[in-house]
Design a protein around this ligand. Structure first.
Ligand code: ASP
Ligand code: MG
Length: 408
């Protein structure tokens, strides 16, 4: 007998029929004698609908009240799933985040979980009940409803698994695991049987949207055994996210290719090449809560240099506004921006022990005439910024060059 936390995403609970399908799956595990805690998202599209409703009333809803509204989506699905399980003859009981209680800080719309009281859940489980918990939501010390950010039910699932010391946390979704890259772009993309936490973290932060990045961080920190699998395909083992690199098998050099279309590059032209310039440019950008990704400062000429960095496209206008006010102070000649870019990254723990990976990546891109605009690297990833029109070509040729489509 195992204690399993299962999280079902919005598409898996998107209609009464699909909720029945989830109930049947849960019933099967229950019949095998496992203790099951189910975490659900809102029905697909529901969170967007609730946000849109709020925005019809005011363009910038009060965050506390927005949480009151958007948290209702998950309250609906926990009750419906409990009813569907009852119809299967399974004892089941639903809990909102506040009822559990999932205690968070008070950062509305992006709260972090501080602690989880597992007493009620444990007592229900010991009575043979299936426990259903609303994902995405919690409560702060004052009793205000909070939410964990878009995609936050993944984090709810992992956090519950950590608190309950579950044997496994299963994230059921509409894909059957983590792929070497997006199969919509590369049909030969292959499902990975395992991927390490580090790799998964990079993949998630670089644009692969299978799991909320915070849930991966959480799972790594608390050593939760995490598996991503499909709620529609039976008998599929999905992808296991592992702590250890597999030693028994020959590690592939690259595990996957991630990409992100949401890149904009800004160049602050001809600023004095002197101490403090990076801080003068990026300090105000950071103060405005804008995330900066890659940064390049070119070597100077005649005491002047160009300073470039990338931000998310939706932050471009805001960033330019911030820079317009510092431009005069730092004596910049001008500010240039480019929205037509994307980022493509290769990720793999295997590159630690294999030199020449970067060279192979750059050669592959050059053979297709793709110009690299920026490069950044870490121990286990190499990212390039290129023109967006080359995104699909770049992903395809890299996937092939690193042998990701092949068997094994
Ligand atoms: N329903 C929330 C969202 O759409 C949380 C989740 O699905 O994970 O972001
Ligand atoms: Mg999700």
């Amino acid at each position: 007998m195992a204690l399993i936390v299962q999280k079902y995403g919005g598409t898996s609970v998107g209609s009464p029929d699909r909720i029945k399908n989830v109930a049947r799956k849960v019933a099967k595990f229950h019949a095998q004698g496992h203790q099951i805690v189910v975490v659900v998202s809102a029905m697909s599209g529901e969170t967007n609908r609730l946000i849109a409703l709020a925005k019809e009333l005011t363009p910038a809803p009060d965050p506390r009240e927005l949480d009151v509204v958007v948290s209702t989506g998950e309250q609906v699905t926990i009750g419906l799933l409990a009813m569907a399980l009852h119809a299967e003859g399974i004892p089941a009981k639903s809990y909102t985040g506040a009822q559990v209680k999932i205690l968070t800080d008070d950062a509305h719309t992006k709260a972090r979980i501080l602690s989880i009281n597992d007493a009620a859940i444990r007592s229900d489980l010991s009575e043979g009940k299936v426990v259903i918990v609303a994902g995405f939501q919690g409560v702060d010390t004052e009793g205000n409803i909070t939410t964990l950010g878009r995609g936050g039910s993944d984090t709810s699932g992992v956090a519950l698994a950590a608190a309950l010391k579950a044997d496994e946390c299963q994230i059921y979704t509409d894909v059957d695991g983590v792929y070497t890259t997006d199969p919509r772009i590369v049909p030969e993309a292959r499902k990975l049987d395992t991927i390490t936490f580090e790799e998964m973290l990079e993949m998630a932060s670089l644009g692969s949207k299978v799991l909320q990045i915070r849930s991966v961080e959480f799972a790594g920190k608390y050593k939760v055994k995490l598996r991503v699998l499909s709620s529609f395909k039976e008998e599929c083992q999905g992808t296991l996210i592992t702590i250890e690199e597999s030693k028994s098998m020959e590690q592939p050099i690259i595990s996957g290719i991630a990409f992100n279309r949401d890149e904009a590059k800004i160049t602050v032209q001809s600023v004095p090449d002197q101490p403090g310039i990076a801080y003068q440019i990026l300090g105000p950008v950071a103060d405005a809560n804008i995330d900066i990704d890659m940064i390049i400062q070119n070597s100077g000429h005649n005491g002047l240099t160009d300073f470039s960095f990338t931000v998310g496209r939706s932050d471009l206008d805001k960033t330019i506004n911030v820079l317009d006010s510092v431009k005069a102070v730092i004596n910049a000649k001008g500010i240039e921006s480019d929205k037509s870019l994307c980022k493509v990254s290769i990720v793999g723990v295997g590159m630690r022990s294999h030199p020449g990976v970067a060279a192979k990546m750059f050669r592959t891109l050059s053979e297709e005439g793709i110009n690299i605009r920026m490069i950044s690297t870490s121990e286990i990833k190499i990212s390039v910024v290129i023109e967006e029109k080359y995104l699909e070509l770049a992903v395809r040729v890299l996937h092939k060059a690193f042998g990701l489509g092949g068997a094994g």
